[in-house]
Ligand binder design. Structure first.
Ligand code: SF4
Length: 333
């Protein structure tokens, strides 16, 4: 019996993490662009990538969405959707000046962080925003109270922070960070500023946390963990880091099945699969098919949480094009 077991070839299998893929904020943002196209007709302009996923952006382009980097590229009087990552108030001001009809698809959980920033600034706090330099969500949050907010891009930045009053310092964070890394930065900040206060509840959103927990559960069992997501998707990049931290033998980020390298499968028997919060199921299904044709047809779903969160569509979608262009109504969020 033992001899048989010793000679047995380990079974190839896939551990499919759940939850994975679209979160409520991404679902809302993508539906917002689709509904705007249905309701007002093409073109509908979208400032920046509506969500950080190449496939989603390409699919919406085919339906008539036009993606721009700046509002200056949008003709006056047009409809423009603001992305899920949120924007600084200055962007709303620019839209108003250019007579643009905005539909704000900012995720409500990002809006919550914006409100916290405004409240702390009104109470004369200096805000230490933990996040990644240049990320769109960070730019939007920094813009809520630009004179009072300092970016802290990890524990290494803590010593350089300059505040006006060490007794009035608050921290906030980007919603898509790794929970552990953020906790480490907060700890360093608290060592430096013992009076540091934080948001009433963690800013890292439920979807980011759930996808990271799901990866933690499968990573120790994986010879290889494939994360489907685009390289500019913060939460997807974090999933690769979490997989490696939790002892997956290897972990890679791919935009789609075409990005997988056959060589990664050498000496691999258990492959983990997950996807970032901006990734549609169709891309994960293609990865599973790719694996199945290479002997990895046995798929075990490993679920660590059930998600029921849903967000209502932006109320601007209830208005006609003319109503959207009314100056008094175009700046609500
Ligand atoms: Fe909102 Fe979180 Fe999704 Fe970002 S990842 S859109 S914060 S739910």
């Amino acid at each position: 019996m033992d001899a048989l077991l010793e000679g047995a070839i380990p079974q190839r299998r896939v551990l499919l993490a759940a939850p994975r893929g679209f979160c409520a904020g991404v679902d809302r943002a993508v539906n917002t662009v689709e509904k705007a196209l249905e309701q007002y007709g093409a073109p509908v302009y979208v400032r920046r990538q509506i969500v950080h996923n190449t496939y989603v952006v390409r699919t919406l382009q085919l339906k008539g969405a036009v993606f721009v980097d700046e509002l200056s590229e949008v003709p006056e009087g047009s409809i423009v959707v603001l992305s899920a990552h949120g924007v600084a108030p200055a962007v709303h001001g620019e839209a108003k000046d250019r007579r643009l009809a905005t539909i704000d698809a900012t995720c409500p959980l990002v809006t919550k962080v914006h409100r916290e920033a405004v409240r702390f600034a009104e109470d004369s706090y200096d805000i230490l925003l933990i996040g990644h330099q240049g990320h769109e969500e960070v730019l939007g949050t920094l813009g809520q109270a630009p004179e009072r907010t300092h970016l802290v891009d990890g524990p290494g930045d803590v010593l350089d922070v300059q505040v006006r009053d060490e007794n009035r310092v608050a921290w906030l964070s980007q919603t898509t960070l790794s929970a552990e890394e953020t906790a480490a930065t907060v700890e360093r900040l608290r060592e430096r500023f013992p009076a540091l206060v934080g948001p009433p509840s963690d800013d890292i959103c439920y979807a980011t946390q759930n996808r990271q927990e799901a990866v933690k559960k499968i990573a120790p069992r994986c010879d290889l963990l494939i994360v489907v997501g685009s390289s500019n998707s913060s939460n997807s990049v974090r999933l690769v880091e979490v997989a490696l931290d939790y002892r997956a033998r290897a972990a890679h980020l791919v935009d789609s099945a075409e990005g997988i390298d056959e060589a990664w499968l050498q000496d691999v028997f258990t492959v983990g699969v997950t996807s970032g919060a901006s990734v549609p199921d169709v891309l994960v299904d293609a990865v599973l098919s790719w694996l199945a044709t290479r002997g990895f047809a046995d798929v075990e779903i490993v679920r660590s949480a059930v998600e029921t969160q849903l967000f209502a569509l932006p109320r601007e979608l209830a208005r006609s094009r003319d109503e959207l262009l009314e100056p008094d109504q175009s700046n609500e969020c």
